[in-house]
Design a protein around this ligand. Structure first.
Ligand code: IMP
Ligand code: MG
Length: 184
């Protein structure tokens, strides 16, 4: 299947690279969480393909929860405003929570989630992010598990959007020249 995309959209990680790295992350998580009460909390919308693939590489009993969050407007710059659009369906007290994110950029979203979850008394909180963009950090936060560390690109695909588009792209891509990202 060939997706119709602008010629400025270049491939960064293809399907096989993503699956291979996710399998490695799942194996590590399986090691680390044996005997624990693991809950994957997927941050919507961006992490839905990632959590679907990741959870199938973790060979342990676990549950999956979804937290609907929005931290971006229509463009490529963080507004810094984080909003819960859908809360968890179950309490997480006493649980070993692994937050599953698509990408950590400014860190504002993660800080908000971590502070919010602390008040719910989980046994532990860690973060698993498919991508990390350290150049975008406004505050210091760190994911325990990171798939790929990227540069300053605005990326789309595999759950990541630009104005709600491109989430269904099977690979991760970026715009070159970057200005093309402003005209979806
Ligand atoms: P942060 O609060 O700036 O760390 O941003 C976290 C959220 O911003 C992610 O979960 C994404 O939804 C979105 N985001 C940050 N960088 C990108 C990008 O390069 N492409 C698409 N979405 C992004
Ligand atoms: Mg997101």
């Amino acid at each position: 299947m060939t997706f119709a995309v602008p010629s400025s959209l270049k491939k960064l990680y293809d399907v096989d690279e993503l699956q291979q790295r996710i399998a490695e992350m799942g194996a590590q998580i399986t090691e680390d969480y044996r005997g624990k009460d693991l809950v994957l909390v997927a941050i919507l919308k961006g992490s839905f393909p990632f959590v679907a693939d990741l959870c199938r590489t973790i060979a342990l009993p676990l549950s999956v929860e979804f937290l609907g969050l929005s931290s971006y407007g229509e463009g490529t710059q963080s507004t810094g405003v984080v909003r819960i659009t859908q809360d968890l369906s179950k309490p997480i007290d006493g649980k070993d929570v692994l937050i599953v994110e698509d990408i950590v950029d400014t860190g504002l979203t993660l800080r908000y989630i971590e502070e919010n979850f602390q008040t719910r008394n989980p046994s532990s909180i860690e973060v698993c992010s498919l991508l990390d963009k350290p150049s975008g950090r406004k505050i210091q936060v760190e994911a325990r598990y990171v798939g790929f560390t990227i540069g300053t690109h605005f990326v789309v695909g595999y759950g990541l959007d630009l104005g709600e588009k491109y989430r269904n792209l099977p690979y991760i891509g970026y715009f070159d020249p970057p200005e093309e990202a402003c005209t979806p």
